[in-house]
Design a protein around this ligand. Structure first.
Ligand SMILES: *[C@@H]1O[C@H](CO)[C@@H](O)[C@H](O)[C@H]1NC(C)=O
Ligand SMILES: *[C@@H]1O[C@H](CO)[C@@H](O)[C@H](O)[C@H]1NC(C)=O
Ligand SMILES: *[C@@H]1O[C@H](CO)[C@@H](O)[C@H](O)[C@H]1NC(C)=O
Ligand SMILES: *[C@@H]1O[C@H](CO)[C@@H](O)[C@H](O)[C@H]1NC(C)=O
Ligand SMILES: *[C@@H]1O[C@H](CO)[C@@H](O)[C@H](O)[C@H]1NC(C)=O
Ligand SMILES: *[C@@H]1O[C@H](CO)[C@@H](O)[C@H](O)[C@H]1NC(C)=O
Length: 564
């Protein structure tokens, strides 16, 4: 679907003439350079737009000037002066030249990147362990969930003086307490949130409780502890008589606590206000995303807006992430907008890590649950940018972060070389009249990654697609996002070839045994420079049953990174 955000307020320098689209700007570093002197501009798609013009201004040069025209909703501004703020506005145009809308103003400052960062590699199976936020009297706490064949066994408390390295094992809550109300006396806990209440100084646990057989109880479980002491189990129940499964805790800026929990057979998300000690539900102010079957809720408050990120209910497989925003928790909330990309970069919307004032989506890649499985589950760190109710996150090869000082720097392996460049293919779809236009080869390199209907569709499988970079380039990375049909998710067997003259090709990637669904990212290192990048797709396989699913074929985006 094509979405555009009609934002409730507009504070740009230039007043929007039709409506304002959301836009954000994100500073980033190019691999091997010493400054975050590049800015990525992202904005909401506009229905009917065929091109977008980007206008840039800086402190040094007053006034906006046209800097680029692009087919999609992303633009990289490279090689900027360091230590300067840049401002951007975007205008959307129909193919007949009619202006369709103008963005809010987005800005970002470039900066020198110091050496004191840890680094997170998004191309391997990494897991991010944050510093514990359960601190009391200089001691940090964590609680390990232990289970056996009959489900939940106990929570074991460990302590730390630095928030990272934990030791000591003390059982602080056990099965006979937590599962007492469940017939048979066995239960499981999921979505466990343990938080410190600023008023009482106590730790409060909220979790989703089920018996150890099925998901029919749909209850919350709540417990409270004086830090360092065993938990007192308070009870399990359905809040306001509503089913409650996947849940998250949210602390508002004024210290109020909320639970956000899936209800109504996982179709709705209910928002519950907690008492000031956070142990009791006192009201039910809103139903969010009614009937939309979203899960994995994660809420943050940034500037004057609340943002709620959610995942599709798509089992363990990657799915399009979405978010809603509002200036008041009780609403009105925006429509649910797509974010990231159609495959959420090979993961599902998850929890949000905070680094000072900056945040990253820690998207869950449940690879160990896939068929065939990956070695382990992992997470992708996707830096989030926010602006006036609009949000975006992107995929970078590496993220630099500092848990102490709070910084975060996205590092891109190279410049994006593929967007808007000439393409060719082995034959376009003739499934339906108009397919050759609707699913043209150029849909795979227009930079549009959040529109599930915007993809290149070949006439058959196997097929090939090629982009002409129009110049020789050193290639650092090639990412491919493929069409996902919920319930029939697919993986692609493919190879990537490259050529400097269009006749002699060298193989850069052998993806013939790939089984990753929806999104693949390939690091490239070759001593040669190339002008043509050709992707050959040999098979499209339904991961749910292992059968061919050529009917689901489609390439949302192929992104080629490198230096010219
Ligand atoms: C130009 O295209 C837009 C969007 O498709 C349409 O609404 C408008 O009527 C067109 N204007 C003219 C003059 O054709
Ligand atoms: C993070 O920032 C702090 C304070 O500026 C600094 O001392 C530290 O070396 C940095 N690096 C890491 C990895 O924490
Ligand atoms: C504490 O428990 C963990 C598993 O939860 C175990 O690996 C570790 O050996 C235990 N440590 C001690 C000191 O018992
Ligand atoms: C569980 O905890 C309760 C309360 O602390 C205690 O009385 C009971 O002995 C514990 N049960 C087990 C099996 O440890
Ligand atoms: C927490 O607050 C609720 C509602 O005000 C109250 O009923 C409950 O007794 C409090 N719990 C504790 C342990 O003070
Ligand atoms: C492109 O690179 C290839 C391989 O390095 C080289 O042979 C060729 O001459 C280059 N072409 C141009 C136009 O620079």
């Amino acid at each position: 679907m094509i979405v555009f955000g009609i934002l409730p307020s507009f504070t740009g320098r230039v007043k929007a003439d039709t409506f304002a689209l959301g836009a954000v700007a994100t500073p980033f570093q190019l691999s091997g350079e010493h400054a975050a002197n590049n800015i990525k501009v992202d904005w909401s798609l506009v229905a009917g737009a065929s091109s977008y013009q980007i206008f840039q201004s800086s402190n040094a040069e007053s006034g906006f000037r046209h800097t680029a025209t692009v087919p999609g909703n992303t633009f990289d501004d490279y090689g900027l002066r360091v230590g300067e703020t840049y401002y951007y506005q975007v205008q959307a145009f129909a193919s007949n030249g009619t202006a369709l809308g103008q963005s809010t103003e987005a800005s970002a400052a470039t900066f020198t990147v110091e050496d004191d960062y840890d680094s997170y590699d998004n191309t391997v199976l990494e897991t991010f362990v944050p510093k514990s936020n359960l601190e009391s009297g200089g001691l940090y706490y964590q609680y390990n969930y232990e289970s056996d064949a009959n489900g939940f066994l106990q929570f074991v408390q460990q302590t730390s003086t630095d928030g990272f390295n934990f030791a000591g094992n003390t059982t602080v809550l056990n099965r006979s307490e937590v599962c007492a109300s469940v017939p048979g006396g066995y239960c499981i806990l999921q979505s466990t949130n343990i938080v410190k209440n600023p008023t009482t100084g106590n730790f409060v646990m909220w979790a989703h409780l089920e018996n150890n057989v099925d998901y029919t109880l749909a209850q919350v479980a709540v417990a409270e502890a004086v830090p360092g002491q065993p938990f007192t189990f308070i009870g399990t129940y359905q809040p306001e008589g509503q089913q409650s499964r996947d849940l998250t805790f949210f602390e508002d800026v004024d210290g109020s606590g909320y639970l956000i929990s899936t209800a109504n057979n996982n179709q709705d998300l209910n928002l519950y206000l907690l008492s000031s000690n956070w142990t009791t539900i006192i009201s039910w102010p809103a139903i969010l995303l009614a009937g939309q079957s979203r899960e994995a809720p994660a809420m943050v408050h940034v500037d004057d807006y609340y943002y709620l990120f959610t995942s599709n209910t798509a089992g363990w497989y990657p799915s399009q992430g979405q978010y809603i925003s509002a200036s008041d928790l009780a609403g009105p909330w925006s429509e649910s907008r797509d974010i990231g990309n159609t495959a959420n970069f090979g993961a599902q919307s998850g929890w949000i890590a905070t680094f000072g004032t900056q945040m990253a989506m820690m998207a869950d890649r449940w690879g160990a649950e896939w068929a065939p499985p990956e070695e382990s589950n992992s997470q992708r760190m996707l830096p989030i940018s926010f602006g006036n109710g609009y949000a975006t996150y992107g995929f970078y090869e590496t993220i630099k972060y500092n848990v102490t000082s709070g910084g975060i720097v996205p590092v891109q392996s190279g410049k994006i070389l593929s967007i808007g460049k000439p393409v060719s293919d082995s034959g376009l779809s003739t499934d339906a009249p108009g397919d050759a236009v609707t699913y043209a080869a150029s849909k795979a390199n227009d930079g549009i990654q959040t529109d599930e209907d915007n993809y290149f569709k070949s006439n058959f499988v196997p097929f090939w697609w090629q982009v002409d970079l129009q110049t020789n380039a050193s290639i650092s990375q090639i990412d491919m996002t493929t069409n996902l049909v919920k319930g029939s998710e697919t993986y692609y067997g493919y190879t990537i070839m490259a050529s400097w003259d269009g006749s002699y090709y060298i193989q850069l990637v052998d993806g013939s045994t790939n089984t990753a669904v929806g999104f693949v990212s390939n690091k490239i290192s070759s001593t040669y420079k190339f002008r043509y990048i050709k992707v050959n797709v040999y098979r499209v396989v339904n991961v749910q049953n292992g059968g061919e699913a050529d009917w689901a074929r489609g390439v949302d985006e192929i992104m080629v990174y490198g230096t010219t």
